[in-house]
Design a binder for this molecule. Structure first.
Ligand SMILES: Cc1ncc(COP(=O)(O)O)c(C=O)c1O
Length: 383
């Protein structure tokens, strides 16, 4: 099957469900066991649920991986992937990273003896130089959140293989439609399915995919032991969202490209961070390892005051936490997605109070441009 066709049909065997073309929601926490010696296919809702398993099969097929896992949130997927590590081990992660991942790595996992360093992963030589004897994983985002920096996935995965490290990639911004880290040699892909995969801002969910059987049984153990599984209703919502992923991303990305060009030429806008712009330092690499620049961009205004005036004046896109929905969303990293980072750390990595992140949805380009222009008029104090 072509990928577009898999998007519609993978994970569903209608014969298993009375011919239903939508996987039913199995609201069952437990299952009758015909034999107490040998458990049936399903035993208990935490270890398996037919609706969740259909979503897991779907994401595994879309990723070209072999084993998919659904979790209660993107952060739960990331935390579960990090549970593949043990006390005494060390993780190298990219410097500008989603704030929740920063919080896990800096606030939670050190309590269990798992340490970390944040480095500039856009430079493979810096990655190689930062590997310590106890380093056992690379945690990458490309494009990164919120500065859209590009890391060479194949080069990092190769280096990691040579040095015995796992490569975990948060592919939330790209989805398997635009980028497939497992095909480039990475070991684990994680997603906040709350974003583009769910796509409608109506569900919080996380996914992980691995290609290797041994890694799959280790992650299966974590999923059951840690227990942060996705419920059946939410699994169904994510599956419904995924069926339209390609058409949504095609349309959203086209508008994102136009808006980034328009913002880039606007006198009140400073730097625009978007790998679809020719001046982006990672544009060539990103073009080679993905199918498109995606639907998220960030831009800088003059200073923090200008950003606040802009966000107070703007109604469309909607100021909110999150991204990847059908509605365009403006996020202020300093107080929203990256509030978990201390202000000094945000400044150090370039996430200033003047930075705004935009996730482009399905509204018309004309309306979004007008909405952003209204916000920018607010910066000047114009009506
Ligand atoms: C890149 C990225 N990864 C992970 C997450 C966390 O996902 P969730 O909110 O579903 O836990 C987010 C949330 O904003 C994100 O932007």
């Amino acid at each position: 099957m072509d990928w577009e066709t898999k998007l519609i049909h993978a994970g569903l065997d209608p014969d298993e469900h009375y011919g239903a073309l939508s996987v039913p929601v199995y609201n069952a926490s437990t299952y009758r066991q015909r034999s107490i010696e040998k458990p049936g296919r399903y035993e208990y809702g935490r270890s398996g649920n037919p609706t969740r398993n259909a979503l897991e099969a779907l994401i595994a097929e879309l990723e070209g991986g072999k084993h998919g896992f659904a979790f209660a949130s993107g952060v739960a997927a990331i935390a579960s992937a990090l549970c593949l590590l043990e006390a005494g081990q060390h993780v190298l992660a990219c410097r500008d990273i989603y704030g929740g991942t920063y919080r896990l790595l800096s606030g939670l996992f050190p309590r269990f003896g798992i340490t970390h360093s944040f480095i500039d992963t856009t430079d493979p030589a810096a990655v190689a130089a930062a590997i310590r004897p106890e380093t056992k994983a690379l945690f990458l985002e490309t494009p990164s959140n919120p500065l859209l920096k590009i890391t060479d996935l194949a080069a990092c995965a190769l280096l990691a293989k040579e040095r015995g490290l796992l490569t975990i990639v948060d592919n939330t911004f790209m989805t398997p439609y635009l980028q497939r880290p497992l095909d480039l040699g990475c070991d684990v892909t994680v997603y906040s399915a709350t974003k583009f995969l769910g796509g409608h801002s109506d569900v919080v969910a996380g996914l992980a995919v691995v290609a290797d059987r041994e890694l799959s049984s280790r992650l299966r153990f974590v999923q059951t032991a840690f227990g942060a599984v996705l419920g059946p209703q939410d699994s169904w919502l994510v599956m419904r969202g995924i069926r339209t992923l390609k058409v949504r991303i095609d349309a959203q990305q086209e508008t994102a490209q136009k808006l980034s060009t328009w913002l880039n030429a606007h006198p009140l806008v400073g730097k625009v961070y978007y790998p679809g712009l020719p001046g982006h330092p990672g544009a060539k690499l990103h073009g080679a390892q993905s199918r498109g620049p995606g639907c998220v961009l960030s831009f800088a205004l003059a200073d923090g005051e200008a950003a606040k005036r802009f966000l107070h004046a703007v109604h469309l896109p909607v100021p909110a936490v999150s991204l990847g929905g059908v509605e365009s969303i403006l996020t202020y990293p300093s107080t929203m997605s990256h509030a978990a980072l201390p202000a000094s750390r945000r400044e150090e990595i370039g996430v200033g109070d003047n930075l705004v992140r935009l996730s482009v949805g399905l509204e018309s380009f004309a309306d979004l441009k007008e909405g952003l222009d209204r916000g920018l008029r607010g910066v000047r104090g114009d009506p």
